[in-house]
Design a binder for this molecule. Structure first.
Ligand SMILES: [Zn+2]
Length: 65
């Protein structure tokens, strides 16, 4: 287990820490859902939501394990 693949990045959508790993098909997002959401928002041009904070619950630490 000496693979240099312990890079952790913040999900561009929700800011949750996620492993930037080849097995993580959704990288750099924490989940496929976040990836699709982010893509959808860009497509719809609504990526910037006025008044709504970009970062949500920072304590969400489960779901992508
Ligand atoms: Zn996310």
């Amino acid at each position: 287990m000496t693979e240099p693949q312990n890079l952790v990045v913040a999900c561009p959508n929700c800011g949750k820490k996620t492993n930037y790993h080849p097995e993580n098909i959704s990288r750099p997002f924490c989940s496929d859902r976040c990836r699709l959401i982010d893509l959808g928002e860009w497509v719809n041009g609504t990526h910037r939501i006025p008044g709504e904070p970009v970062h949500r619950q920072d304590s969400e630490d489960s779901g992508d394990h």
